[in-house]
Design a protein around this ligand. Structure first.
Ligand code: PLP
Length: 466
């Protein structure tokens, strides 16, 4: 109707067209199919420009993904030149150079022996692939009962049926079906919300013991995998107690349970390294899922790093005809892999070092926001952080959903030039890794003002006592 000119004047308006035709992620029934979200028209470095022409700092780097910043010419050009060279090949019958070279380079960064890659189209399909591979491997190894997946409350792993079944954030399952019979959920390793009077060390013991008990109760012969984000991202940037991940890995090793590190957010520089598992946490998972920052969000690509040992076991099995019947049309996409290679050049060529160099200032500046009475805790690692608001510090009572504190802060910050990722009563910050010390100061001072204005509003409306 609009291809040869607008059928009516209203059709010209992108907001109206969005309301009529576009469905965006995580809609609610009250506005589903009739919603238009704020539009962004351009980006440059750490900034985006909205439809009104206002320039905003991109606080969440899109969705934790625009690590190299917006409008990076090298990434744009490699995308165009690869599309002109070879735009697509079927991974069913052929391969391409960028995907092969990228695999070898990723293997150099992954823990020893985690040296194979299966490419997907994003994080959910990466998690789905890791889990289906675990199921397949256990079928081939003659132990079809060993399929349970252990995840954690507060975790987020995706939006496909199986990956979504692992999610443990509040509200994720209220209205959605899931494969709950395949999943066991452990407690969220959130030191801020540990039981009153318990030390962080004792909390860590409690979490490890909980996993040990689950293994005992369900039986190691029924548990196929444990999956964990090294730092829980969408759950509110939860940094687990020191030693927690290593101890969970020990339990996995002793019980022949595959450890899947979901590094969809933490990889590609967010914590200062290509992969964070070994460098930051000293763990060597059997599989590592990744996406987002692998192309700095310029192309939808994800993948799973898989330990070569797991393939050797299959090659030695008695079922040489058993097929891993799993693949995506866009697995190993040449354009995506070419972008990822250039992105890796940028990371290795100084961006990882820059991210490591500015992260202390980033964390310390944000930490100072704990002076504000609405802020219960600021926590984070590398270039990811979360400001958690509470009604009062003593009870740590999160301000309820109806107050939409995160959204209120975001609205004020947008007026002042900062885009925030609001999560109920929390604000998540994960800017492009290119951010300078000065830009960090700008970001934090706008966020501070946004929180102060929100405190004023809540007090005026009688919703918060301060
Ligand atoms: N795993 C983690 C840790 C994530 O944060 C996300 C997305 O935010 C996913 C998986 C799913 O990735 P995608 O949205 O690319 O499917």
């Amino acid at each position: 109707k609009t291809a040869n000119g607008p059928a009516d004047e209203a059709a010209d308006d992108l907001t109206l067209l969005a309301e009529r035709h576009l469905v965006q992620p995580w809609p609610v029934s009250g506005s589903i199919g009739a919603e238009a979200r704020g539009r962004l028209d351009a980006g440059e470095g750490i900034y985006v420009t909205d439809a009104s022409g206002r320039r905003l700092i991109d606080g969440p780097a899109g969705m934790w993904c625009v690590n190299a910043g917006h409008r990076n010419r090298e990434l744009a050009e490699v995308m165009a030149s690869q599309a002109m060279e070879l735009s697509y090949n079927s991974p069913w019958y052929t391969t391409n150079a960028p995907s092969v070279i990228l695999s070898a380079r990723l293997a150099e960064h992954a823990p020893d022996g985690v040296d194979h890659v299966f490419y997907t189209t994003g994080g959910s399909s990466a998690v789905e692939t890791a889990l289906r591979f675990m199921q397949f491997a256990n079928n081939v190894k003659g132990r079809p009962e060993k399929k349970l997946i252990v995840s954690r409350q507060g975790g987020y792993h995706g939006s496909t049926y199986l990956s979504a079944s692992l999610n443990g954030r509040p509200r994720d399952h209220d209205w959605m079906d899931s494969a709950s019979d395949l999943v066991v959920k452990l407690s969220c390793p959130d030191p801020f919300r540990r039981p009153d009077g318990m030390s962080v060390e004792a909390f860590c013991d409690f979490l490890v013991e909980e996993f040990r008990q689950v293994i005992e109760e369900k039986g190691a012969d029924r548990i196929g995998a444990f999956i964990a984000e090294p730092v829980m991202a969408s759950g509110g940037v939860i940094v687990p107690p020191p030693g927690y991940l290593r101890r969970m890995q020990d339990l996995c090793r002793r019980n022949d349970i595959l450890f899947i590190a979901d590094e969809v957010v933490t990889a590609f520089g967010r914590l200062g390294h290509v992969f964070a598992s070994k460098e930051v946490f000293g763990i060597e998972p059997d599989m590592i899922t990744f996406a987002k920052g692998v192309t700095s969000g310029y192309f939808p690509l994800g993948g799973v790093m898989i330990a070569g040992r797991l393939f050797e076991e299959l090659r030695r099995s008695n079922h040489s005809e058993a097929m891993f019947a799993h693949g995506l049309t866009y697995s190993s996409h040449p354009v995506g892999c070419a972008v990822a290679l250039k992105n890796l050049d940028i990371l290795e060529g100084g961006l990882l070092a820059h991210a490591r160099a500015v992260s202390d200032h980033f964390q310390q500046s944000l930490k100072a926001l704990e002076e504000l009475p609405l802020v219960g805790e600021v926590r984070g690692l590398g270039l990811m952080a979360c400001v958690e608001c509470v009604a009062d510090r003593a009870s740590k009572n999160p301000l309820t959903l109806d107050l939409e504190v995160g959204k209120r802060i975001d609205r004020h910050c947008q007026e002042l030039g900062l885009l925030v990722r609001p999560l109920i009563h929390m604000c998540v910050m994960s800017p492009p890794l290119t951010i300078s010390l000065e830009q960090i100061d700008d970001m934090v001072s706008i966020l501070r003002r946004g929180i102060e204005l929100t405190m004023d509003d809540l007090t005026r409306e009688g919703l918060w006592k301060g």
